[in-house]
Each structure stands twice: as structure tokens, then as C-alpha cells.
Design a protein around this ligand. Structure first.
Ligand code: RNT
Ligand code: ZN
Length: 419
């Protein structure tokens, strides 16, 4: 059977339920996914600085050869990955990926520090998103930034925050489309704090101060705050917890970011989407995969992922939810990591767009819950793979695991030459 006849028969199967696979493919290709620059270099960053500082309670493990050592290499790797991934992509840059001749500290950064990223994005025809970096810096070494008890350190980070909003605005201007800015701070304590209130009060005040700058156009610089349960070195207490971030976001009209790895090990985020969107107009998702903890494993096409996108589909919330990836694995080919994780996310989107939502909701309205469960179960064995292959064909990227040979070629020609 040729590929197209396999697709035609899959299309007919879905059509029996009133599902238009061609339309689903078009929509799945159009929804943007923001690729995180930090998978390329294991979250090290490219600032011109005396020595690379890790930290912030996040950690890439593994030593697979070929880590990008500078912006040129990272951009080449991301472009290679993007050529093997179907659909609309954006690229998500962290402030620590600034590129300058001499050291520009975080509080002094401006858009010129990201000119190379901006020029490249234009040439690649992708939009950029941005993240202030509150880690990998001497002033973050004791685990507190925006909530630091020392006003001088706090003010330094507030300046960084203000600078980042201007940078995001400049990126938005350059690309003629909003720049989504994610705010994540590592602030927290390894062991029992005697004061949980103080740091939270200081952090709320610091965010208020950063966002007081009303010269920044919030239709261009769109802010989201990301919560976390714990990190390495912040096992007991995280200042920007889930409650802190949700309450801050709601009370200040800021966006909320949920990272799939930032909750209790058995807690999933799909059920939270319909709650937050009763009260908030938008959410950012950090599509990630926790394994026993916030391990940031490469995203896979698993039930957690499907459930997130099914929830968006069933709640008709595609316009309200921005999608960004957040994983970093240094134990496998990093281009392969991008391709596997981003393709999985795109598969999740397509899978959800092929859901028989109308039938399921109709059964539910009539109290036919056996029918509802039966149809949900039956859909798991629908010929989804044929529709996904068709999407890849239409996007001009390799079908199935066909991209692996191109990754291998790039590894031999480019990655192994990096010592
Ligand atoms: C950390 C957060 C955050 C980072 C990036 C690098 O736990 O998930 O999003 O991964 O900012
Ligand atoms: Zn995250």
C-alpha cells in the first residue's frame, strides 16, 4: 500500500466521526512551539564572563560529545533540528545566552547583546521568546535573587528584570509579533526556613517594581511567571511556589506558566488548565517530562502529554495557551533530543485535534458515560500514525525515524569536530 492510500483510509476512518484530518493537519502545523535554546549547550550560556557558573537548582547530566560552545554552534544546531521537525517553531532565548565582546553584567544588558539571535531569527523566519536568567551568576550563588534579604542584591536583579522587558520589547518590534517572556527564579531554601513570609513579600514587591515600568508595551512583552515545587538546594522551600505564582499572576494580570515537571511526582497539569482559565486569559506551558523528580527528560508522546493537549482541545483553548519546551539531556545527541521532544509535542497537538470531542461531550451531556469511556478507549487505536506521517510529508520533513540518518551525518561532519 502506498503512503497516500494508507492516509486516505485513515482519513475515511476519522471522517466517520466527523473529524477532518486535513484541517487537523493544517492547524497542527500552524500552532507555534517555542524551542528552548538551552538544550543545545546543557544550560551553560554564552556570556563573556570569567568562568561559567552553573546553579539555580537545575542540572543537565551526561557528556555526549558535541555540546554547542558558542552562539554560532547553538544556532547551527537548532537550525539543523528545526529542519527535521514539522510545523511552526519559535526559539526561546535565555538572557545568559547574550553575546558581547566584553562582559556585560545582567543588570546592564540591552537588545544589542542579542543582536546575533535577532538577525538569525529573521533569516530563519522564526520569532523569539525570552527569559531573564536569575541563576548561573555570583549574585545568585546563595540561592536567593528577587527575594534576597540584601536590598543591593535584590535591586541588581530588579534591574536585570527591567532590562529584560526592554529586550523582549525590542525582539517583538523586530519580529512584528509578541515576545513571550518567562520569569523563573530559583529562590528557595534547602532546609526548614524560619521565615517563609519574608522572602515571598520581597519577591512580590520586586515583581511589582519590575513591572511598574509602564513604558514597556505589554502587548509586545508578554510576561508569564513560572512556579516550582523544589529544586536542587531548594528542597524544602521555594519562594515562587505554585500558589504564589497563581495568586500573583491573577492579582496582577500577569500570565502564569506551568511546567509539567514542577508538581508533586504523581500530580499532572492537565486538570489545572480549566481551573486557571476560568480566571486568567492565558497560560504558558513548559512542556517537559519529569522522571521521579523534575528531571527535564526529553518529551515523549506519552499519556501526560496527550492529556494536556486533549484538555486544550476539549476546552477550545488553543488561542489561550502558549507552548514552550523545557528539557535538557546531555546524555544523547542534542539535536536528536530536540527532534524527539519537539516532534512528540507536535504529535500531541495533532492527536488532540483528532479527538472525537463533540461525540464525547454529547454522550456526557446525555449521561451516557459508558459510551464516553468506550469511545475514548476506541480512539486509542485509530490510525493516528498515518495522519502524522501525512503531516510530516506535507511539511517536507522525514517520516518516522527517517531523520536519524541526517542526525548521524551532522554528528560525523560537525559535532565530532568539537573537542
Ligand atoms: C527550572 C525551570 C526553568 C528553566 C529554564 C532554563 O526549573 O523549569 O524554566 O528550566 O528557565
Ligand atoms: Zn520550566
Amino acid at each position: 500500500m502506498t503512503h497516500s492510500s494508507v492516509y486516505e483510509s485513515a482519513k475515511a476512518r476519522y471522517a466517520e466521526y466527523g473529524i477532518d484530518t486535513d484541517a487537523a493537519i493544517q492547524k497542527a502545523l500552524a500552532l507555534p512551539i517555542s524551542l528552548h535554546c538551552w538544550q543545545s549547550d546543557d544550560v551553560v550560556g554564552f556570556e563573556t564572563k570569567p568562568e561559567g557558573l552553573a546553579g539555580g537548582g537545575i542540572l543537565a547530566t551526561g557528556n555526549y560529545p558535541g555540546r554547542a560552545r558558542n552562539g554560532e554552534e547553538a544556532r547551527a544546531d537548532i537550525a539543523k533540528a528545526m529542519s527535521l521537525i514539522p510545523g511552526t517553531q519559535r526559539v526561546n532565548v535565555h538572557a545568559s545566552y547574550s553575546e558581547t565582546d566584553h562582559y556585560v553584567d545582567r543588570d546592564q544588558m540591552d537588545a544589542s547583546c542579542f543582536q546575533k539571535w535577532m538577525d538569525w531569527a529573521k533569516a530563519q523566519n522564526v520569532c523569539l521568546d525570552f527569559n531573564p536568567t536569575f541563576f548561573a551568576h555570583p549574585k545568585a550563588e546563595d540561592g536567593f535573587t528577587l527575594s534576597h534579604p540584601d536590598k543591593e542584591i535584590r535591586d541588581f536583579w530588579i534591574q536585570h528584570g527591567k532590562a529584560c522587558r526592554k529586550i523582549a520589547e525590542a525582539m517583538a518590534d523586530a519580529q512584528g509579533s509578541p515576545c513571550y517572556v518567562n520569569w523563573w527564579t530559583p529562590d528557595g531554601a534547602k532546609d526548614l526556613p524560619a521565615d517563609r513570609f519574608g522572602p515571598r513579600a520581597r519577591m512580590a514587591a520586586a515583581y511589582d517594581e519590575i513591572r511598574r515600568d509602564d513604558s514597556v508595551d505589554t502587548s509586545k512583552c508578554v510576561d508569564f511567571i513560572e512556579s516550582k515545587l523544589f529544586g536542587i538546594g531548594s528542597e524544602e522551600y521555594v519562594v515562587s511556589s505554585s500558589e504564589f505564582c497563581a495568586d500573583y499572576a491573577l492579582s496582577r494580570g500577569m500570565g502564569l506558566c506551568m511546567d509539567m515537571g514542577h508538581y508533586h511526582p504523581t500530580e499532572c497539569i492537565h486538570g489545572k488548565i480549566s481551573s486557571h482559565l476560568q480566571f486568567m486569559d492565558k497560560l504558558l506551558l513548559h512542556v517537559s517530562r519529569p522522571v521521579r523528580w523534575d528531571s527535564d527528560h526529553v518529551v515523549l508522546f506519552n499519556d501526560d502529554l496527550k492529556n494536556v493537549f486533549l484538555e486544550i482541545q476539549r476546552g477550545k483553548a488553543w488561542e489561550k495557551v502558549m507552548l514552550a519546551l523545557d528539557f535538557f539531556d546531555a546524555s544523547i545527541n542534542r539535536i536528536g533530543a530536540y527532534v524527539i521532544g519537539t516532534r512528540a509535542a507536535r504529535e500531541g497537538i495533532l492527536y488532540a485535534l483528532l479527538d472525537p470531542t463533540a461525540h464525547l461531550q454529547d454522550y456526557e451531556a446525555k449521561g451516557q458515560n459508558t459510551h464516553r469511556l468506550g469511545l475514548m478507549e476506541a480512539f486509542k487505536t485509530m490510525p493516528f500514525g498515518a495522519v502524522w506521517d501525512e503531516l510530516c510529508e506535507q511539511a517536507g520533513v522525514p517520516v518516522g525515524a527517517g531523520w536519524l540518518s541526517e542526525m548521524e551525518r551532522y554528528e560525523q561532519e560537525v559535532l565530532v569536530t568539537r573537542s
